[in-house]
Design a protein around this ligand. Structure first.
Ligand SMILES: C[S@@+](CC[C@H](N)C(=O)[O-])C[C@H]1O[C@@H](n2cnc3c(N)ncnc32)[C@H](O)[C@@H]1O
Length: 389
């Protein structure tokens, strides 16, 4: 059985004051052992399992959480793991909008970020979390954000609900050679057995290509700011195609139903389009080119980067355009050409070991006194100097 987690506004105020005090002290350079006793005093009357250490951890996380949650970060309570696996607010809001017409149960709600957005957008929302501390953090976040959701502490496999949609963003090992269903907790296959007859939405490891997702439904790859970030699987009425890709925040979408245009290899010309990896990983590149009516040839492709030679600029959040300024056959010629084009800063956009990136970049920038910020690609062993459009 699962228990409702009750949290009241007064306790959230106390917890918030404690986290704010810890944040201030961290910013002013105090150490944990100096901060904790002061925070403990603020927490004296709190009626929640939220210690001075929890407040200190939450404070440190709030200081870095703006990237993921914008201004909401100042209201949130996280432990390290809850934060690492929490859904960024732009994605959580998008997902909730897709499920807005339904009563949704999030059966592995973590610290409750996605659940909070279900509460804002959906017909009705509830969440269950097996880890007691995190279930409390979820309930605190729900109250702090004034979201209309209920949090339960318990095991998804013992949870009973009349929700129409079962959502789960399962826990996964930090790293694995091959991502698979078997290491996900709760396991989506078992969740489907437990809640047979419902509509399901699962967040799966985005590294999984479409052909490895064996459950029938729409596999939606999400790009956040030009980076592959999520893979959601929608079953039943929520599935609108076999594979789709969405770019956030623009919401531009491409699916396997968009007519494909055959893409061939070709020569480098004046304009390059860099393709968001999300589209390539989801096997939707030809669908995107077809949808945009783009006249394009492939000039470079590896596991991380795909570059197209194009004749015109067609607006798409999945593409970043560059104008070719100069091409060099060797590193030393590249240094000369960078001077000729008036470069000052050079962003390296080719495969390079991370520990070499800055030394190579410094070497290239050493004698530059121009004004331009340029991007440097390596295509067929040539250095291609570009400016971003
Ligand atoms: C990736 S996190 C969810 C993050 C959440 N979607 C968010 O946006 O903050 C997965 C959570 O599933 C929980 N979990 C794992 N097995 C569970 C089970 N059988 N029942 C309920 N929760 C479970 C883990 O404790 C973990 O907190």
């Amino acid at each position: 059985m699962a228990e409702v987690v009750e949290v009241n506004v007064k306790d959230i105020e106390i917890a918030n004051n404690a986290v704010k005090l810890a944040q201030e002290m961290v910013k002013r350079g105090y150490q944990a052992k100096q901060i904790m006793p002061k925070v403990k005093k603020v927490l004296k009357k709190i009626n929640l399992p939220f210690s001075a250490k929890d407040a200190y951890v939450a404070a440190r996380i709030r200081l870095k959480a703006r990237d993921k949650f914008g201004p909401l970060a100042e209201k949130l309570f996280f432990d390290e793991s809850g934060y690492r696996y929490s859904t960024p607010s732009i994605i959580a809001d998008y997902r909730a909008k897709r499920l807005k017409d339904y009563y949704v149960a999030d059966v592995s709600c973590g610290a409750g970020m996605q659940l909070a957005f279900f509460g804002f957008r959906c017909k009705r929302a509830e969440g269950v979390e097996i880890n007691k501390k995190r279930a409390f953090l979820a309930a605190m976040n729900i109250v702090s954000l004034n979201s209309n959701s209920t949090v339960y502490w318990g095991d998804a496999f013992k949870f009973e609900t009349s929700a129409e949609v079962i959502f789960s963003d399962p826990a996964r090992p930090e790293s694995e050679k091959f991502r698979s269903f078997s290491t996900l907790q709760p396991n989506p296959i078992n969740i489907m057995k437990k809640f047979e007859g419902k509509i399901f939405v699962f967040e799966l490891p985005p590294q999984m290509p479409p052909e490895r997702v064996t459950i029938k439904g729409e596999k939606e790859y999400t790009s956040l700011n030009f980076k592959l970030n999520r893979l959601a699987l929608y079953t039943g009425n929520l599935s609108t195609c076999n594979v789709s890709a969405i770019s956030l925040p623009s919401c531009e979408r491409v699916t396997d139903l968009d007519e494909r245009a055959k893409l061939e290899k070709g020569e480098l010309k004046d304009l390059i389009a860099e393709v968001d990896r999300t589209v390539v990983h989801s096997n939707l590149l030809e669908n995107l080119v077809g949808k945009l009516g783009l006249d394009a040839k492939i000039v470079y492709m590896d596991g991380r980067r795909t570059l197209l030679s194009v004749n015109e600029l067609k607006n798409s959040a999945f593409l970043r355009y560059y104008r070719v300024l100069s091409i060099a056959k060797s590193f030393s010629e590249c240094k000369e050409k960078l001077k000729e084009v008036g470069a000052k800063k050079v962003t390296l956009r080719f495969e390079i070991p991370p520990d070499k990136y800055w030394s190579v970049r410094k070497e290239l920038e050493k004698e530059l006194n121009g004004e331009k910020r340029v991007d440097l690609f390596k295509i067929n062993e040539k250095f291609v100097i570009c400016s971003k459009l």
